[in-house]
Design a protein around this ligand. Structure first.
Ligand code: PTJ
Length: 248
């Protein structure tokens, strides 16, 4: 990144860097018009969580790593925001898991798909990886969903048994669960429909989750007896604690 964003000593440096990544991605036509609004909602929750990985989110990240490692056909489904914020990291995770990435966006246009495919393919080449990137030629539909957001690849999302979906929309999450898949969601909002519908929800900022996954996956974690409601409750408890702390 050549353009000066802010001094790394700035207290909100990470937040400014992420916003800048989204601005750059928007200028390349990669993002939905409402991408910044979605990000802003995430920032608000992140503020309330202390802008850090809370212990329950770290445990949830271990659980998703274990489930992805244990899957027969794991897949990572990425949208515009996820690719803009952490495209490189997701490619490295896919390489570790030896699984494909499928670009699957809510606001699907051929122009956005081309911009996202060429961005991820460029990163794949730059990193010297050989991750299969799907999404360009969908030949199947997510059962029970209408419109372009149901388009998917038969040898990708459709046939997967375990799917990692950062920033998923509630309807699609529900449809994927109804297809019998193990649906692993990353969402800063513990109250969202996706967070509540998922098999495992990591309530954490997706770039932090990516860094954590890159550390955790090589340690081969094992699947636990998972209680997702308890995990969501821990995040809500943390938010309540933040709000009720007296201001200095
Ligand atoms: O690229 P597309 O077409 O698939 O469109 C993507 C957006 C994000 C515009 C679309 O999916 C959307 O409108 O999303 P929502 O319904 O606003 O939901 C976004 C959810 O992600 C919210 O619950 C946010 O709290 C959460 N979120 C936003 N940024 C992050 C995040 N969670 C984790 N990490 C983030 N960086």
């Amino acid at each position: 990144m050549t353009e000066h964003v802010a001094d790394p000593s700035h207290p909100r440096y990470n937040s400014l860097l992420m916003r800048h990544k989204l601005e750059v991605a928007a200028s390349k036509g990669m993002l939905a018009n409402s991408a910044m609004i979605a990000h802003g909602r995430g920032e608000a929750y992140d503020y309330l969580l202390g802008e850090q990985t809370i212990p329950s989110a770290f445990i949830a990240t271990k659980e998703i790593a274990a489930r992805l490692l244990n899957a027969d056909n794991p897949i990572i489904s990425l949208n515009g925001n996820a690719i803009a914020l952490a495209g490189e990291g997701f490619l490295k995770i896919a390489a570790l898991l030896n699984c494909p990435i499928e670009i699957n966006i809510f606001y699907r246009t051929p122009e956005r798909m081309n911009a996202l495919l060429s961005h991820l393919n460029g990163l794949n080449e730059k990193l010297g990886l050989n991750v299969t990137i799907l999404g360009g030629k969908p030949d199947a539909k997510i059962t029970g969903l209408e419109g372009p957001r149901s388009n998917c690849h038969k040898n990708g999302i459709f046939d997967s048994d375990v799917i990692l979906v950062p920033l998923e929309d509630g309807d699609r999450c529900e449809a994927l669960v109804n297809m019998g898949k193990d649906v692993l969601v990353i969402d800063l909002n513990p109250l969202s429909r996706s967070a509540k519908m998922a098999s495992v929800t990591v309530v954490d900022e997706l770039s932090r989750v990516v860094s954590n996954l890159l550390e955790i996956i090589p340690s081969s974690p094992v699947i636990s007896d998972w209680d997702n409601d308890e995990c969501l409750q821990s995040a809500l408890t943390r938010i309540v604690e933040t709000i009720s702390k007296p201001t200095k």
